[in-house]
Every structure is written in C-alpha cells, then in structure tokens.
Design a protein around this ligand. Structure first.
Ligand code: G3H
Ligand code: 13P
Ligand code: ZN
Ligand code: NA
Length: 310
C-alpha cells in the first residue's frame, strides 16, 4: 500500500537503521528500485523532485508507483523532494503523495518557520507528513572558506524552536553532505559533523533526522563512465562507513539520487561502447535497470540496514 513514513521512521529510529529515499524519474528507475526492495523485503521511500515532476508528469509518476505497489505488495511512501513553495506541496498532497518536503532552508529562520508551518497545517489535515530543512547543504565551492561552511551547518540551538513551532514530522540537517557527484575536494579527507547530529538528537529525542546529499558516488560506476567515453574526474561521495554510522544514529531517511544516475549512465555508456550497432532502447535500458537494482539492494543490505523490515 501507499503509506506515510511515520511508522517506518518510528521503527527505524528504535532499530538503529535508516530507510532509503531514492529519486525516481522514469519506469526503469522505479522498477529497478522496487524490485530490489522486494527481494530483500525493505520499506521504501520513492521521491520526486520538482524537476522530475516536470520531466515525467505527476500522473505518470503516480501511476508508475501505484504499479510498483501492485507488483511488489511493498509499503511505499511517495514523497516530494525539495518542494520550494506552498503551492507545489499542496499540488502533490492533492495529487496523492503521502509525504512532502518543504525546503525553506534558503529563507530566514522566521520565514522558514512560517512557510513550513503553512505546509504542515495543510498536510496534516489530509494525513500527509512533512519534512523540513534547517541549515544549508554546502557545495564543494562553499567548503573552501571554513567560516562560510560553518555558517551553513545546522545550528543545533535552533532545532527545538523550529520543530515545536512548525509541528514538522522530520528534519533534514546540514552536517557536511552536499548534492551531486563532487562532494569533497580531491586529496582532502571526507568529513561529516557527527557532533552536530549528536547535539541535534539530544535536543530532539526520538525525532527522525534526514540526510540529503548522501550518495557514495560509487567508484565502480564512476570508472565505468570514465572508461567508456565519459569525463567525470574527481567525482567523490560520502564514504559508506559514515552512512552506516548515521543510520545507527537518529538519521532515519537517507537520500540517494546521484548513485542511481551514475549506475544508469555507466551501464548505458558501457553498453553503447560494446554494441555500437544496437539501437533498440530495451537492449541498453535492461542492463541499466539491472545496475540500479543491484545498487539499491547493496545499499539496503550493506549500508542502510533496513532489509527484512517491511
Ligand atoms: O536534491 C536533488 C535531487 O538529486 C533531485 O535533483 O532537481 O535534478 O531532479 P533534480
Ligand atoms: P545525492 O546527490 O547525494 O544523491 O543526494 C540526493 C538528495 O539529497 C535528494 O534530495
Ligand atoms: Zn536533497
Ligand atoms: Na537511524
């Protein structure tokens, strides 16, 4: 069935594991992810960005996820990723999503609270849960200046007031992760601010925390891209050990998109390189879907720890 993340997060918090939240844009991605989750009996969050919704259309995505539920019988939460306005959140809630993120992290603290609360009031009245964000995820350029990077991390002193005033169900925090395939400068040691996560969870007991920008940027797929005509030097992600540690702590939702993109692109590049005469899309989308399935299974079993928890 289509469910909210409330029960998933409660069990994940208590069990010391995390639910994978995977971004979806098309049928092969939905199939690869959900077939993997089915095989290891994992609860699942599928998330749709504003860009995904523009690309594939709300109804198509909705129906693809409904089809996946019918095929797998898994509980799946359908979530809006990085909603930036009340109107977008409302449209997804009205259209059947069970969870939305309102990302007011670029606003002032007060404006973030006001916008988040507006979405929470609308969502909760309709049985939908809400994720918000405090602090800004740093890009690699932002990390050059230490004081600037510091300013972007979530300030633990703000979290209780934010959660109390908004009534939000989960909170994304900034502890050094970032979106995309270039998360750390080459030659530097990847670091996350686990002290901030620890402090946040002390102030918000039993409250689910969300980690964005959590792809590992798996070297196998970066190499596959670079060995088959691609050019992604210095692509670096979050070490898996750090994700395992976060999953054991208050982090209940770990967002993964870039790894799916790399797996799909690597597989297709390799296929084209090895079969320059093939032109049936099914031929190259099949290994791409298989690569996504393998990747998601590995994440669930070896990183998130949510296998067997559906
Ligand atoms: O947080 C960003 C996600 O990876 C979605 O990216 O906005 O390009 O669909 P997108
Ligand atoms: P990655 O770019 O690390 O996959 O992060 C995805 C994400 O946070 C989606 O909201
Ligand atoms: Zn994100
Ligand atoms: Na956890």
């Amino acid at each position: 069935p289509l469910v909210t993340s409330a029960e998933m997060f409660k069990k994940a918090y208590e069990g010391g594991y995390a639910i994978g939240a995977f971004n979806v844009n098309n049928m092969e991605i939905v199939q690869g992810i959900t077939e993997a989750a089915k095989e290891v009996n994992a609860p699942l969050i599928l998330q749709v960005s504003a860009g995904a919704r523009k690309y594939a259309n709300h109804t198509y995505l909705m129906k693809l996820v409904e089809a996946a539920i019918a095929e797998t019988g898994l509980p799946i939460c359908l979530h809006l990723d990085h909603g930036d306005t009340f109107e977008l959140c409302k449209s997804c809630i009205d259209g059947g999503f069970t969870s939305v993120m309102i990302d007011g992290s670029h606003h002032s603290f007060e404006d973030n609270i006001a916008l988040t609360k507006q979405v929470v009031d609308y969502a909760h009245a309709r049985g939908v849960v809400v994720e918000a964000e405090l602090g800004r995820l740093a890009g690699i350029e932002d990390a050059v200046n230490v004081s600037e990077a510091d300013a972007a991390f979530t300030n633990p002193a703000e979290v209780e007031e934010f959660v109390t005033k908004t009534g939000v169900d989960s909170l994304a925090i900034a502890i050094g992760t970032s979106h995309g395939a270039y998360k750390f400068k080459p030659g530097t040691k990847p670091q996350l601010r686990f002290d901030i996560l620890e402090e946040v969870s002390k102030r918000l007991p039993n409250f689910p925390i969300v980690l964005h920008g959590a792809s590992s940027v798996i070297p196998e797929f970066v190499d596959m891209i670079n060995n088959n005509g691609g050019k992604m030097p210095d692509a670096i992600g979050i070490p898996e050990d750090m994700l395992r540690q976060a999953a054991k702590m208050a982090v209940c939702k770990i967002n993964i998109d870039s790894d799916l993109r790399l797996a799909m692109t690597g597989s297709i590049r390799k296929y084209f390189n090895e079969h320059p005469d093939h032109f049936d899309p099914r031929q190259y989308l099949k290994p791409a879907r298989e690569a996504i399935k393998g990747l998601v299974k590995d994440k669930i079993v070896n990183v998130l720890g949510c296998d067997g928890k559906a």
